[in-house]
Design a protein around this ligand. Structure first.
Ligand code: AMP
Length: 190
């Protein structure tokens, strides 16, 4: 089973992905985590992208596409991936489909966590204290939310058309969301 988890920054994608990974033995592919690792390891790519990430903009589709393909092509992860933070644009959604097709895979469900800007601001400030991410401050949080609003609509429509989209109230408590997600996943497992 391949799952896409989708939503604005601070929606709880990472938290819910970890829960799904543990419960269903999947591998989490977080493009944000992979990109932050490049910065931390001071790679060439890391220095190229750090300003973009810290300004709340999106990294190029090409860069993230390459990261994704490396993961999808790895036989150990075959049809066992949760995509966290990817795709974030229509081009990325189309790209993901063609990469998956190339490796004989598909997406089984898209979970969209909906949360308001107010909640995003609150959660990001809380996370800053715990994780000290450079892009977790109020101004950048607002910028990241706006970036999401601008690019997410076509992605949502894309998955709605293919009947894969399930919308979840991301304002609910963590365990309530866990339960809702489990129900949806059990539903597709049949
Ligand atoms: P995240 O950890 O998912 O909130 O991502 C943090 C930052 O990494 C984003 O604000 C973007 O700058 C960058 N990023 C993560 N995933 C993507 C993606 N799929 N496409 C472009 N940029 C991304």
């Amino acid at each position: 089973m391949n799952i896409v988890i989708f939503g604005p920054p601070g929606a709880g994608k990472g938290t819910q992905s970890k829960f799904i990974v543990d419960k269903y033995n999947l591998y989490q592919l977080s493009t944000g985590d992979l990109l932050r690792k490049e910065i931390k390891d001071k790679t060439e790519l890391g220095s190229e992208i750090s300003n973009i990430i810290n300004s709340g903009e999106l990294v190029s589709d090409n860069i993230v596409g390459n990261l994704i393909e490396k993961f999808v092509s790895n036989k150990n992860y075959k049809h066992n991936i949760i995509f966290d933070g990817y795709p974030r644009s229509l081009i990325q959604a189309e790209n993901l489909d063609s990469i998956l097709k190339k490796y004989n895979q598909k997406i089984d469900i898209v979970l969209k966590l909906s949360v308001s800007l107010e909640t995003v601001k609150k959660r990001i400030l809380e996370r800053k204290i715990k994780e000290s991410r450079a892009d977790d401050n109020e101004d950048i949080a607002i910028k990241r939310y706006k970036t999401y609003e601008k690019s997410s609509e076509p992605v949502i429509n894309y998955y709605r058309q293919s009947n894969l989209l399930r919308v979840i109230n991301g304002e609910a408590g963590i365990s309530e969301i866990n339960t809702e997600i489990s129900g949806l996943i059990e539903g597709i497992k049949g």
